[in-house]
Design a protein around this ligand. Structure first.
Ligand code: CA
Length: 235
C-alpha cells in the first residue's frame, strides 16, 4: 500500500541550515517546502503541509507569531527550532501549542527522527473501543472522541499535549500517576527536555481549570512522585 508523500514546511532563513536539511528530508522521501520569512510561512501553510519545522528568529518577525497564527485554525504538527540555551523559547513554543522542539545545532538525522516520532503520535489509530468514552469528574468533562474538554459546560482551549496529559490523569482519577509514566506516555521516554516541560503543561492545565495548586480541587501534586487527579466523588 503506497501512502502519499508527506510534506514538510521548513521555516528558517539561514540557508546553511535549510539547504542540507531540505536535501536530507527529500532523500528520506518527504516533500519539502522552504519559507524564509513569516509572510512566506503563512502563505505556504495554506497548502496544508503535514508538519511544520519552525525557527524562532525570522527576518520579518518571530516564529512564535507563526505558531500562534497557525493554531488559530489548524492542528498541524509543529516542531520549533530553538537556539541553544534559550530555555524560555522552548517553554513559550510549547505553550503556544507546538508539539516538540529541537535545539540548534542539530543533525538532520535528529530532526528526521523527531519528525517521524511526532507524525507517528499524531496519526496513531483511534484507541480501542471503550477508550473513547467520555470521563466526567466534578464539573469537568473530557470527551476523547471529540477531543473536547468542558468545565461547567464551557469548552476549554487545551493544547494537544495538555489534552493528552489531562486524559491520562482523568482516566487514572484517584490514583497517583508518576512523572515518569506521564512523560513516557505523553512524550518520548528518552526526551531530555520533558521534566520541565511536564511542569509547564501541568501549570497550563491548572490555569485553564482555575485550579489553585495550594488548594486544588482537581489536580494534586504528590511531591517527589507525580500527580493525582481527584476521584469522581471527591471533586
Ligand atoms: Ca533564523
Amino acid at each position: 500500500m503506497s501512502r502519499p508523500r508527506r510534506t514538510i514546511l521548513l521555516v528558517e532563513d539561514e540557508t546553511s541550515i535549510t539547504e542540507p536539511l531540505a536535501e536530507a528530508l527529500r532523500s528520506e522521501g518527504f516533500e519539502t517546502q522552504v519559507a524564509g520569512t513569516v509572510a512566506e510561512a503563512l502563505e505556504l501553510a495554506r497548502t496544508a503541509p503535514d508538519l511544520v519545522l519552525l525557527d524562532v528568529m525570522l527576518p520579518d518577525g518571530s516564529g512564535f507569531d507563526v505558531c500562534r497564527e497557525l493554531r488559530q485554525s489548524s492542528r498541524v504538527p509543529i516542531i520549533m527550532l530553538t537556539a541553544r540555551g534559550e530555555e524560555a523559547d522552548r517553554v513559550v513554543g510549547l505553550e503556544l501549542g507546538a508539539d516538540d522542539y529541537v535545539v540548534k545545532p542539530f543533525s538532520a538525522r535528529e530532526v528526521i527522527a523527531r519528525i517521524r516520532a511526532v507524525l507517528r503520535r499524531v496519526n496513531a489509530p483511534e484507541p480501542e473501543h471503550g477508550a473513547n468514552v467520555a470521563v466526567e469528574i466534578g464539573e469537568l468533562r473530557l470527551d476523547p472522541g471529540r477531543r473536547e474538554v468542558t468545565h461547567r459546560g464551557k469548552a476549554l482551549e487545551l493544547s494537544r499535549k495538555e489534552f493528552d496529559l489531562l486524559e491520562l490523569l482523568m482516566r487514572n482519577a484517584g490514583s497517583v500517576v508518576s512523572r515518569e509514566r506521564l512523560i513516557s506516555e505523553v512524550w518520548d521516554t528518552n526526551w531530555f527536555g520533558s521534566t520541565k516541560t511536564l511542569d509547564v503543561h501541568v501549570s497550563g492545565i491548572r490555569r485553564k481549570l482555575r485550579d489553585d495548586p495550594s488548594q486544588p480541587r482537581y489536580l494534586h501534586t504528590v511531591r517527589g512522585v507525580g500527580f493525582r487527579f481527584a476521584a469522581p466523588g471527591e471533586a
